[in-house]
Design a protein around this ligand. Structure first.
Ligand code: FA5
Length: 340
C-alpha cells in the first residue's frame, strides 16, 4: 500500500470518529462507539494499524507518526464525549454547575466625587431658585473674552495662558480662533444673549488652563458660575446667597469674607473666602456685573443690575472631604475613589 493511501484512510477514520462522537447522547452509545473505533480486536483503528505492515521501509516513520496522532485524537474526542454525557449538557466540559453555591458578588460602581459634588451644588442652588444652564467647552474668543470686557490686547488672552485649538487657518487669539474655555463666565454671556431678565442661573462644567499641576491646581478643573440679574440687585444680595450656599454645603455657621479684587467683567470685584474649620479659604471670584457687559448683551444698565460668581468645584469637594491633593481626584486610582 502506498503511503498516500494509508494517510488518506487515517484522515477518513479521524473525521468519521470525530463527527460520530460529537452526537453522543448517552453512555451506551458512547461505549459502542469506543468499541467501533478503538476496540482491541475488531476496532476500525486496529484495521488501519494492520495495514502499516504493507508500507515501504522508508515511509514507515511518517506513517507511524500519523497513526499515533490519529489514535490520540480519537481518544481525546472520546474523553470529551464522556464529559458531555456525564454533565448532561453539550455546553462544555467540567463538572455540572452547583446552583446551591453562593454567587460572585457584583462590584457596584458609583459617581466620581466631583460629579457627586456637582449634583450636591445643583441641589443647594436649586433650592434658592437657580436653574442650570450649559455652554460649550470649545469656545470662541467673543464669549471667552470680548463680551466679558477682556479686550484684544489683554494679557488674559495670551496663547501661553490658554489652550487655543489648532484649527485650519486660525491664528491664536484672533477672532476666528477657538479655544477650550478658561472659565465658566462664558455661559453668563450665552444666557444673557438668549434670555431677558430676571435671570437666576448657575452653570457647572469643565474649564481648562495651562496651569502646572500641584496640590491645588490642575490643567482641567470645574467651576460653578452663578448669575443673577434683576432690578435693584446689590452686593448684599451676593453675600447672602453665597453665605446660604456655604452654610448648606459645608455645614455649620460658615462666615464669608470679600477681599477687593479685579475681574474685567465685574465692578466692583471681590475674591470670596469662607471661614471654615478655623481658617479663611479662598473659593473663587465674584462681583457686580459690569455695566459694559450688560450693555454688550443688550440690557439697559440703568434698569438692570446683577451679580456673578465663579467658584472652583474641586476646591469645594476637597474641603468637604478633607482631600489634600487635587491630583488624587484625577489619578483614576480605585483605592482612592472607593472612599467616596
Ligand atoms: C475666575 O475664573 C472668574 N471667572 C470667577 C468670576 C466669575 C469672577 C464671575 C467674577 C464673576 P479665578 O481665575 O480666580 O476666577 O478662578 C476661580 C476659582 O477657580 C479659583 O478661586 C479656584 O477655586 C479655581 N481654580 C482656578 N484655577 C484652578 C486650577 N488650575 N485648578 C483648580 N482650581 C482652580
Amino acid at each position: 500500500m502506498s503511503l498516500a493511501d494509508f494517510l488518506n484512510k487515517l484522515d477518513e477514520l479521524e473525521s468519521e470518529a470525530s463527527a460520530a462522537l460529537q452526537t453522543v447522547s448517552d453512555s451506551e452509545q458512547l461505549e459502542s462507539l469506543r468499541v467501533r473505533y478503538l476496540g482491541a480486536k475488531s476496532g476500525l483503528f486496529k484495521d488501519v494499524q494492520k495495514l502499516l505492515g504493507g508500507i515501504g521501509g522508508d515511509d514507515k516513520p511518517a506513517a507511524g507518526k500519523r497513526l499515533n496522532e490519529v489514535k490520540r485524537s480519537i481518544q481525546q474526542a472520546l474523553e470529551l464525549a464522556k464529559d458531555l454525557v456525564a454533565g448532561g449538557s453539550t455546553a462544555g466540559s467540567g463538572p455540572a454547575p452547583d446552583p446551591t453555591l453562593p454567587g460572585i458578588p457584583m462590584r457596584l460602581g458609583h459617581l466620581h466625587p466631583v460629579t457627586q459634588t456637582i449634583e450636591h451644588l445643583k441641589e443647594i442652588m436649586g433650592r434658592m431658585g437657580f436653574s442650570t444652564a450649559e455652554g460649550p467647552e470649545v469656545e470662541d474668543p467673543w464669549h471667552n473674552f470680548v463680551a466679558l470686557n477682556i479686550p484684544e490686547d489683554h494679557p488674559a488672552r495670551d496663547p501661553l495662558d490658554n489652550f487655543y485649538l489648532a484649527t485650519a487657518g486660525a491664528v491664536a487669539a484672533s477672532e476666528g480662533s477657538r479655544l477650550l474655555r478658561s472659565q465658566t463666565s462664558t455661559v453668563q454671556i450665552r444666557v444673557m444673549e438668549s434670555s431677558k431678565p430676571p435671570i437666576r442661573v448657575i452653570s457647572l462644567g469643565r474649564v481648562y488652563r495651562p496651569d502646572a499641576p500641584d496640590a491645588t491646581h490642575f490643567p482641567m478643573f470645574h467651576q460653578m458660575e452663578g448669575l443673577l440679574i434683576d432690578t435693584e440687585v446689590t452686593m448684599a444680595n451676593l453675600k447672602t446667597v453665597l453665605r446660604i450656599f456655604a452654610n448648606n454645603y459645608l455645614g455649620g455657621d460658615v462666615e464669608i469674607r470679600f477681599r477687593p479684587s479685579f475681574f474685567p467683567f465685574t465692578e466692583p470685584s471681590v475674591e470670596v473666602d469662607f471661614f471654615w474649620n478655623g481658617q479663611w479659604i479662598e473659593f473663587g471670584g465674584a462681583g457686580m456685573v459690569d455695566p459694559a457687559v450688560l450693555t454688550g448683551v443688550g440690557y439697559d444698565p440703568e434698569i438692570y443690575s446683577g451679580f456673578a460668581f465663579g467658584l472652583g468645584i474641586e476646591r469645594l469637594c476637597m474641603r468637604r472631604h478633607g482631600i489634600t491633593d487635587i491630583r488624587d481626584l484625577f489619578s483614576g486610582d480605585l483605592r482612592f475613589l472607593k472612599q467616596f
